[in-house]
Design a protein around this ligand. Structure first.
Ligand code: ATP
Ligand code: ZN
Length: 213
């Protein structure tokens, strides 16, 4: 009997629905019962693990999962060693610097010696370093956009898709630093069997994407 490839997807959040739909469109059945952590496909050699997105790169690196779907932002920030197998084209967003609406921005130098709140310290420090800027990075895990109004930071570096969250917190987007979309990632040492299951999955994803063009 062939083993199942283990695929980690986000349990509930902005990646979940499109991740599930992608496999459904590929003809791979999965049922996501409420509160379940795992689901075995009834018609394909795959089982799905439902996890928090932040945990997915680590699980794929460790081989607890063979494949996973995460935002490229989370993948790069995690610094985990996995293969980026394919960009998937959904959950598009950008990581941007935003500052209070009434302030001016004349390029990266406007951030010199400022404090910036973010959940993405690695991506932010790379940007600052590339631009020769020294700034104080405040790492916070959520509600980054309120930091300037409570006096915690001068600026934020956060994920933006429409910009409405920034606006409602009195901020304006001034500099994009990273573009992201959902990506399929894979463990670096897949077994021969799992490699051939991955080939089948990729063949189907490509067919689905061609049909949608
Ligand atoms: P979890 O509970 O799994 O940790 P989360 O709250 O960290 O979830 P989501 O908000 O569901 O994560 O976002 C998942 C991914 O969706 C982000 O990492 C990003 O790649 C993408 N994304 C697209 N648009 C947005 C947006 N407007 N805000 C945040 N993330 C977005
Ligand atoms: Zn998360």
């Amino acid at each position: 009997m062939m083993q199942n490839i283990r695929i980690a997807i986000q349990k509930s959040g902005r990646l979940s629905e499109d991740s599930i739909d992608l496999f459904k469109e590929c003809g791979i059945k999965l049922d996501m019962g409420k509160g379940r952590l795992k689901s075995v496909s009834s018609n394909f050699n795959a089982e799905f693990l439902f996890l928090r997105d932040d945990d997915i790169p680590g699980y794929v690196e460790d081989g607890v999962a063979d494949l996973g779907i995460v935002g490229e932002n989370v993948l790069v920030e995690s610094a985990k060693k996995v293969n980026l197998v394919k960009k998937l084209g959904f959950s598009k967003c950008r990581l941007s610097i935003a500052i209070p609406r009434e302030e001016s921005f004349e390029g990266p130098q406007s951030l010199q010696n400022k404090s910036i709140a973010t959940s993405y310290p690695k991506l932010l420090s790379k940007y600052l370093k590339e631009n020769g800027i020294k700034a104080n990075i405040h790492e916070i895990s959520g509600s980054v956009e309120i930091a300037p109004s409570i006096g915690l930071a001068d600026a934020v570096c956060d994920i933006v898709s429409s910009g409405s969250t920034l606006l409602s917190n009195g901020l304006k987007e001034v500099q994009e630093i990273f573009k992201s979309e959902a990506v399929l990632i894979g463990n670096k040492n897949l077994s021969a069997e799992n490699k051939s299951i991955l080939e089948k999955i990729l063949f189907r994803i490509n067919a689905v994407q061609k049909a949608q063009d």
